[in-house]
Write a protein that binds this ligand. Structure first.
Ligand code: SF4
Ligand code: SF4
Length: 115
């Protein structure tokens, strides 16, 4: 049940307004909903309510740069980054490794789109 998830308030607070989309660097590069704050929140929601297979969301959550640019623009105060970290259940070292991988991927994608 969603209420069993500690960050469920944040997932449920997303109104899907899309105001966060243009603030998100990974969405700007990929144009993919699954690489946007809204998409990541919806994927976590679907996993938490067991409406998609476990771990389906993982690659899209791991590609989050943890930049928090989506959070100040969110009218309902969804804390995307904290929710992702809780969802992945990562310890500090895992989170750091994940972040470096995501940043390296982002730099690679940014360079690739310039050609
Ligand atoms: S701005 Fe906030 S409420 Fe709107 S889609 Fe993004 S996360 Fe959801
Ligand atoms: S914290 Fe993640 S979801 Fe939010 S803007 Fe940065 S990359 Fe996008």
């Amino acid at each position: 049940m969603l209420s069993d998830v500690p960050y469920s308030d944040h997932l449920a607070a997303c109104s899907r307004c899309g105001l966060c989309l243009t603030a998100c660097p990974t969405f700007k590069i990929s144009g993919a909903e699954s690489e946007s704050p809204r998409g990541r929140v919806q994927l976590m929601l679907l996993e938490a309510t067991r409406n998609i297979d476990p771990h389906t969301a993982r690659p899209f959550l791991e590609s989050c740069l943890q930049c928090r640019k989506c959070e100040p623009v969110c009218p309902t105060g969804v804390r995307v980054t904290d929710s992702i970290n809780e969802h992945l259940g990562a310890n500090r070292m895992d989170a750091r490794l994940r972040l470096w991988r995501a940043r390296a991927k982002f730099i690679w994608q940014t360079l690739a789109t310039r050609h």
